[in-house]
Ligand binder design. Structure first.
Ligand code: SGN
Ligand code: CA
Length: 732
């Protein structure tokens, strides 16, 4: 007999059903469902709940009306994969290991979806993933490969195959998400991560937004013509300017060859176009072609000023971007409607966030990465009936490392002690106000230098009032007074009036780095954005491939100097051996880690490696000796792990400075005190050559070290002679 519809059942059944439903609700109420709606590159400036001047996002705004908006929500590393890894793990990039988009997420580490799954949640992720390894901890996943596509996207299936869906990416993500909801076990709580590719570059709008009406003109932001004066010269190296770096086909949607190479960049096709169905293509062409032809005619006729061309680029960019946002907004609405119509809204936490912010013309830019406000900020809206008061606006400083502990606590799962973020529950339960003892500052670190858009490595902290940044490449501090200079147009780090603020911010910076276990000496870092380094490094990479070598020297300028002042001595001592000089001037432990590891200079696989590194960690920051020693230790571990046959002769960092009480000298003494213990009587031997270079009073003769740091040819001779017996002992 087919099941009768509910209201046809006996009147006796009704109260029982209601009671059961009530019990189910009460039980579920203890364990709320979690719907994580997440987009890619959606800036606060383009969300009306955040006061957008350029668009409306009525569906996202529903969450603001029914829940809370966090106005001081920040990411820990303003880039896609890194932000997602922070969210999954609740840890900063240097600990979760995903620092740059080219990294691979170690899916074996603990993540909040895994922990929720273990606690009985049904878990699913659908959409953009961008962490290279396949998702773990999900009952169901279906993710875009890499960046994914807008049109007729492929999705990686759980068996590793790919499946193509016809349609527009955010719509399909929602279709797949709601169909997973349909099929789930209604008796268990669930976590659904619904992650849209939009509005990421190349900002390809859905056909339904390519109607005939002209997009509303958007006023360019105040800082569009920023000339980057008053801040680090590194800002000028950026390759993310709307005026200078828009691609003809990919970004600006022209067809055919670039007609104005002085105005547009070549080399990136519009990858979406060939994927379209004939119907999609027709709508696309009907929209873009007449507008493009008009622009081309105007350009050819010389009718456009530079200012007008810049404006045209901006309108094309922002018009497309906002259309992509509109599609995200609609899909947020579809998910909310689903929850409403299925009676799920009451017991489901809904979040809307995006992996980072984005420049919508501020500082003349598109893209993100810099620690400036527009990309540092992440949207974060949360609806949680019964817990979050509707219409809450929170000023509490939160970060993406907080999401994992929040979800865990909401689900009643114990938060592991090594999670670095903090659960937002105390803020949510306190009407959005930060309880006392809440964080006063966030820590930020960006690592993807020598990559697209040319943004250097930097880190820093932001408090409610100020922002401190540090650029290791140029050893520059930048300080911004966010109250007086909200657009961050002038660094006041050198302004005497700000000396007390600078000192305080520096203290917080170093304390926070300690607190989060940030030791840059152990974090592999490239200097590939410095042309001189890049050229030498490339050569060393090539040479290293010719391994195995007999002997390798690994280090900084003092090692590199074997090719300068030390050349003759090198030839005499090592000319007969197959020897390689892996020294690069200015390197610190973190750079050697990068070269040996990521750049595979370890492929030199020498019989003996002479390692001497650390004086530059001392030099610029007077880095704590223990931190530098940890960096040295990591180098030894890397060599031992990747080239187990290699014997290592670890040298104490050479003395520097004219006098024994020179600060740099003392720092090196302190490093050596620690690293001498790395000798294991087996694969690692240690030698301290201080006595070879110092006179009886602890002075350094200019004849040996002309600048009290680098060696003369006499110095190199002393070095070679001092280690000769050891090298012999080690089999050379
Ligand atoms: C792609 C984009 C870049 C963007 C990175 C990172 N180029 O390389 O503009 O900065 O992704 O973005 S694209 O035109 O090929 O899309 S992220 O959000 O994935 O980190
Ligand atoms: Ca992104």
């Amino acid at each position: 007999m087919p099941a009768a519809p509910i209201d046809a059942r006996s009147s006796l059944m009704k109260p029982i059903l209601l009671l059961l439903a009530g019990l189910a609700f009460a039980r579920a109420a203890e364990r709320p469902n979690i719907v994580f709606l997440f987009s890619d590159d959606h800036a606060l400036q383009a969300i009306s709940a955040y006061g957008s001047k350029m668009n409306r996002t009525p569906q996202i705004d529903r969450l603001a009306e029914q829940g809370a908006v966090f106005e001081n929500s920040f990411c820990a590393n303003s880039l896609c994969g890194p932000s997602r890894a922070c969210i999954l793990t609740g840890k900063h990039s240097h600990l979760n290991g995903f620092r740059r988009n080219s990294d691979r997420f170690d899916g074996d580490q603990p993540t909040f979806p895994k922990m929720l799954h273990a606690a009985g949640y049904q878990t699913a992720i659908i959409g953009k993933w961008h962490l290279v390894s396949h998702p773990q901890g999900f009952d169901y996943w279906e993710v875009l490969p890499g960046q994914g596509n807008y049109y007729n996207p492929d999705f990686i299936q759980m068996d590793g195959t790919k499946k193509r869906y016809t349609g527009y990416s955010p719509d399909i993500v929602t279709d797949r998400a709601t169909s997973w909801l349909d099929g789930r076990d209604p008796d268990k709580p669930f976590l659904l991560m619904c992650q849209f590719k939009a509005p990421h570059r190349n900002w390809a709008p859905a056909p339904r937004f390519l109607g005939n009406e002209e997009p509303a003109r958007v006023a360019k932001p105040e800082t569009f013509d920023d000339n980057y004066e008053g801040r680090s010269g590194l800002l000028k190296e950026n390759e993310m300017s709307i005026v200078r770096h828009m691609h003809w086909a990919h970004d600006m949607k022209f067809k055919g060859g670039n007609l104005f190479p002085d105005t547009f960049v070549d080399g990136m096709a519009n990858g979406e176009y060939p994927r379209m169905t004939p119907e999609q293509r027709k709508i696309w062409d009907d929209y873009y072609e007449p507008r493009n032809q008009k622009f081309i005619e105007d350009m050819k006729a010389g009718r456009l000023t530079d200012e007008q061309v810049a404006d045209w680029k901006y309108q094309r960019f922002i018009g497309d971007y906002l259309k992509c946002v509109a599609a995200v907004d609609e899909n947020v609405g579809r998910v909310l409607d689903y929850l409403d119509s299925h009676g799920l809204a009451e017991n489901t936490i809904v979040i809307y966030a995006s992996d980072q912010g984005f420049y919508l013309g501020e500082h003349g830019w598109f893209d993100k990465r810099w620690m400036f406000e527009e990309s540092l900020k992440m949207p974060f809206l949360i609806r949680w009936p019964g817990v979050v008061k509707p219409g809450t606006r929170s000023q509490a400083m939160i970060q993406n490392i907080d999401y994992a502990p929040t979800f865990l606590e909401a689900a009643g799962v114990e938060v592991p002690a090594d999670i670095q973020g903090r659960s937002l529950l105390p803020v949510l339960e306190n009407a959005g106000r930060a309880p006392s003892g809440w964080r006063d500052a966030i820590y930020y670190a960006y690592y993807e230098n020598a990559a697209v858009h040319e943004v250097p490595v930097h880190d820093g902290i932001r408090t409610g009032r100020a922002k401190l940044m540090y650029f290791p490449r140029t050893r520059e501090w930048q300080l911004f007074d966010l109250e007086k200079d909200p657009h961050e147009m002038r660094s006041v780090h050198a302004d005497p009036e700000y000396a007390p603020l600078l000192a305080g911010m520096k203290k917080r910076y170093f304390d926070l780095r300690k607190f989060y276990h940030v030791n840059t000496a152990t974090i592999p870092t490239t200097r590939g954005d410095e042309p001189g380094w890049r050229a030498r490094n490339r050569r060393l990479n090539e040479d290293a491939k010719k391994g195995p070598f007999d002997l390798a020297f690994i280090g900084d300028s003092i090692t590199e100097g074997w090719e300068g002042a030390g050349k003759k001595v090198w030839d005499e001592h090592y000319g007969a051996l197959k020897a390689i000089n892996l020294g690069i001037g200015g390197d610190r432990t973190e750079h050697v880690l990068w070269r040996l590891g990521q750049d595979r200079q370890i492929d030199a696989r020498p019989k003996v490696a002479v390692v001497m590194i650390g004086t530059n960690n001392t030099g610029h920051l007077m880095q704590d000796p223990q931190e530098v020693a940890d960096g040295v230790e990591k180098i030894l571990e890397l060599i031992r792990g990747e080239s187990p046959e290699t014997k290592i002769l670890l040298l104490g960092v050479f003395p520097r400075g004219a006098k024994p009480m020179d600060k740099g000298r003392l720092n090196n003494v302190a490093i050596n005190q620690i690293i001498r213990r790395f000798a294991d009587g087996e694969k690692v031997d240690y030698l301290d050559l201080s006595d070879v270079f110092l006179d009886e009073k602890g002075g350094i003769s200019k004849r040996i070290m002309p600048d009290r740091l680098h060696l003369s040819s006499k110095g190199y001779r002393l070095w070679a002679e001092a280690i000769a017996p050891k090298l012999k002992e080690m089999g050379l």
